[in-house]
Design a protein around this ligand. Structure first.
Ligand code: FE
Length: 340
């Protein structure tokens, strides 16, 4: 009897262990939006798989993956900037995702030709302008933000931010380093104040009369316009959205993707793949669109009503991996031109 109990106990322990292994996913995430908790909650309800999230900035998470090596608990790396996904792939911290059931519904323009990451949403880095002090026809391109007419009127956050580094990477890829550096110096000359705060703060500064135009990610305007805080709602209402570089022959507005990647040593790979499939499913894509005002990577899923009102826009179809491969050059240019 004792022996049977012993065997039973060993089997019990074993089942606990496999259960544990099978029912978790560990995520290292740079995303910072409330919708993510909702997505994970829905996924856990559907599958019984528990999700643990470690949030930090992308550079910290990449360093952590590198230091932890084979003993890393992380299964998935999620970023708000494709450049950081490219970097993690370049540092040999990821494994390829070769699964057509994941990618078949996704717009081909957003896919990684190297299969190291899968896009989850996309966003554009747009110009917003004061409804009181700027007319739409005064705006045209990112390049035109270097024009002297914007002296002391332009608001944009610090150059240490991923979104700005991705935008600068796109300018280097599209215009070359010399023009990108010239542009960067002129932007610094035109700033209404030293860079500070996040994207939302730039819009609030326009509402407060501290500047007239700002460069921000598109969904923040949706978030402000749907906010329950008066200050945010008023800020959202004080500006209009402008997609740059739309004229005939222009390359289109800069876009970036928020994406997901499978880590090289993912301990719960099967579960991790389930979550990747879930987050790129029509149901989860609709949840993103309705809660963060990002754009879906599935073409048939329409933007939220607020976003739809801004109309369709032409997207810069630059190879997204360039937003990573040009990153070091982008940081060098920011430093050289004195963009804090
Ligand atoms: Fe963001």
């Amino acid at each position: 009897m004792n022996r049977f109990l012993k065997i039973f106990f060993i089997l019990f322990l074993y089942s606990c262990q496999t259960n544990n292994v099978n029912n978790e996913i560990n995520i290292y995430s740079q995303r910072h939006y409330a919708v993510d908790e909702l997505q994970y909650k829905n996924f856990t309800e559907e599958t019984g798989i528990k999700i643990n999230v470690t949030k930090a900035n992308a550079d910290e998470l990449i360093q952590r993956l590198k230091l932890e090596g084979e003993s890393s608990p992380a299964d998935l790396f999620i970023t708000v900037d494709v450049g950081k996904l490219w970097q993690a792939g370049d540092m040999n911290l990821l494994q390829k995702i070769n699964d057509s059931t994941v990618t078949k519904n996704i717009d081909k323009n957003f896919l990684d030709p190297n299969d190291y990451w899968v896009p989850v949403t996309y966003r554009s880095r747009i110009i917003v302008y004061s409804n009181e002090r700027v007319k739409e026809n005064e705006l045209s391109t990112y390049e035109d933000l270097a024009n002297e007419k914007w002296k002391n009127r332009l608001l944009i956050r610090s150059s240490s931010n991923s979104y700005n580094q991705a935008l600068m990477s796109s300018l280097i890829a599209n215009l070359g380093s010399d023009l990108a550096e010239y542009w960067s110096r002129k932007i610094v000359d035109n700033l209404a104040r030293d860079p500070k705060g996040n994207d939302r703060d730039q819009v609030k500064a326009i509402a407060a009369g501290q500047g007239d135009i700002a460069v921000v990610n598109s969904y923040y305007i949706g978030l402000l316009l749907s906010s329950e805080k008066d200050e945010e709602l008023e800020a959202g209402k004080a500006v209009s959205v402008f997609f740059p570089n739309q004229a005939e022959g222009e390359r289109g507005a800069h876009i970036n993707v928020s994406g997901i990647a499978l880590t090289k040593n993912s301990p719960n790979k099967e579960n991790a793949m389930k979550l990747i499939k879930y987050l790129t499913s029509p149901k989860a894509q609709q949840t993103y669109v309705d809660n963060t005002y990002e754009y879906s990577v599935i073409p048939s899923i329409e933007p939220n009503e607020i976003v739809k009102n801004w109309g369709n826009f032409k997207k810069d179809n630059l190879d997204l991996n360039m937003l990573g491969s040009k990153r070091n050059e982008a940081v060098r240019i920011f430093d050289k031109s004195g963009w804090k």
